[in-house]
Design a protein around this ligand. Structure first.
Ligand code: HEM
Length: 485
């Protein structure tokens, strides 16, 4: 008898005769170890979970394409940006930051905005957020910062004391905290928010000339945010609200789209700009460096399987393609290590072979073996370099653009300590209603902090950003702005 294609089988492909009743010794006897189908079924079930992402655990993903609408090949030799009309398949994963895999979507948190472009020269990952800046600007502070966002080691509760203690002691966070506490802190849906690369990156053209760039994805759906009371209600009633909205929109053919723009800064301006352009807590003025259109991203296909495509997706800020390189941003530099390391731990050393992560271009490295090696493992091809037997060889034309470094090795702070002008400007740009909601959100978030010295330290920062903002928050908390701020 041959096996019917529609038979239920074991993982080794043999047909299963009974999937409802386990094999027992007699009608009431104990279960037999001989029921290998049962053993395999229980054992595999125990291994269904991989570790969730240490941050950005809750997410939703979609497939789509990126189409170039403006030729910027004068600035970058990246092949996927080389001509107007060129389309590149991509995958995006949106996420919240602090919550666990099952946490609610409609919380106040930045949203991850991680894009993988499957280019003909390898995968290019742009792993950004829905905010143009970040809380800190040196990777060495990241584990401490995230500890304050996660649960207390004893109570296993979220801990506002830690959150505001850390932020008030790290005033570089003020700009991002102001954005987070504004209406944009809770987007209406994942479709109604902008995305940013946040860091400064380097673009290099075919002649080897370089510029600094920042990426902005502008939502074509328009920015919309959630009312805080509605958000709280939804968090209880439909914790997967954003995930559901994205899936349903794409499912019914209402494909969300974003226009990608870049700001371009000549290389030499970095030495004289009024603040350090590699400081990820600051935005570049669009008067100084206007937005230039690049192309359009459209999400038109839902994942077929959540685990295979969304959970196993691995994005790394270090996945560059020729024409796009790193900048000296100290956060970005740390991230160049952190992500692939997380992927080796979370998904395994061969994570790039999984269909969602596999490049569409050929992969010709000399890496071999390892857990879950899923392809032909390089077959009988050469497995070291250089060699006298052929196979893939290095391509010197794709070396990174050389750049000069100088200075004394030391652990030094950024030389610019104005944490206040940009968050203050942001406050002054808001309408009166937006200011009132910002103050209400901040007061609500700071109220549970138990120690007044922490609250007063943070009020001092708001006051330095804008005296009116500081006064209003102090009043809301029943305190006074500290003397001498
Ligand atoms: C996820 C580390 C800063 C955006 C992650 C993950 C790690 C990490 C370990 C989990 C990766 C995984 O398991 O696949 C860090 C470190 C940072 C940093 C060490 C600072 C030095 C940032 C910044 C941004 C950002 C500045 C945005 C501008 C994201 C996003 C994800 C993520 C979007 C989720 C990616 C996905 O959807 O798979 N981060 N992060 N992170 N991070 Fe960061």
């Amino acid at each position: 008898m041959t096996t019917n294609n529609n038979h239920l089988t074991t993982s080794w492909g043999a047909p299963v005769g009974d999937n409802q009743n386990s094999l027992t010794a007699g009608r009431r006897g104990p279960t037999l170890i001989q029921d290998v189908h049962l053993l395999e079924k229980l054992a595999h079930f125990n291994r269904e979970r991989v570790p969730e992402r240490v941050v950005h655990a809750k997410g939703a993903g979609a497939h789509g394409y990126f189409e170039v609408t403006n030729d910027l090949s004068a600035y970058t030799k990246a092949s996927f940006l080389s001509e107007v009309g060129k389309r590149t398949p991509m995958f995006i994963r949106f996420s919240t930051v602090a919550g666990e895999l099952g946490s609610a979507d409609t919380v106040r948190d930045p949203r991850g905005f991680a894009v993988k472009f499957y280019t003909e020269e390898g995968n290019y990952d742009l792993v950004g957020n829905n905010t143009p800046v970040f809380f800190i600007r040196d990777a060495i502070k990241f584990p401490d910062f995230i500890h304050t966002q996660k649960r207390h080691p004893q109570t296993h509760l979220k801990n506002p004391n830690a959150v505001w203690d850390f932020w008030s002691l790290s005033p570089e966070s003020l700009h991002q905290v102001t954005i987070l506490m504004s209406d944009r802190g809770i987007p209406a849906t994942l479709r109604h928010m902008h995305g940013y690369g946040s860091h400064t990156f380097k673009w290099v053209n075919a002649e080897g000339q370089a510029v600094w760039v920042k990426y902005h994805f502008k939502t074509e759906q328009g920015v919309q945010n959630l009312d805080v009371d509605l958000a709280a209600k939804l968090a209880g009633e439909n914790p997967d609200y954003h995930t559901e909205d994205l899936f349903n929109a794409i499912d019914k053919g209402d494909f969300p789209a974003w226009t990608l723009y870049v700001q371009i800064m000549p290389l030499e301006d970095a030495d004289t700009y009024r603040f350090d352009p590699f400081d990820v807590t600051k935005v570049w003025s669009q008067k100084d460096y206007p937005l230039i259109e690049v192309g359009r991203m459209v999400l038109d296909r839902n994942p077929d399987n959540y685990f295979a495509e969304v959970e196993q997706a691995t994005f790394s800020p270090g996945n560059f393609v020729p024409g796009i390189e790193a900048s000296p941003d100290k956060m970005l530099q740390g991230r160049l290590f952190a992500y692939s390391d997380a992927h080796r731990y979370r998904v395994g050393a061969n994570h790039n072979q999984l269909p969602i992560n596999r490049p569409v271009s050929p992969v010709n490295n000399k890496q071999r073996d390892g857990f879950m090696r899923g392809d032909g493992n390089g077959g009988s091809g050469t497995y070291y370099e250089p060699n006298s037997f052929g196979g893939a060889a290095e391509a010197p034309q794709h070396k990174i653009a050389p750049f000069e470094v100088s200075g004394t090795a030391d652990s030094v702070a950024y030389d610019h300590d104005d944490h206040y002008t940009q968050p203050g400007d942001l406050y002054r740009l808001l309408s009166e209603e937006e200011r009132t909601r910002l103050v209400r959100n901040i007061v609500g978030a700071m109220s549970p902090v138990e120690r007044d010295d922490i609250k007063l330290r943070q009020i001092g920062h708001w006051y330095k950003a804008d005296p009116e903002l500081g006064e209003r928050i102090a009043e809301g908390l029943g305190l006074s702005v500290p003397q001498g701020v």
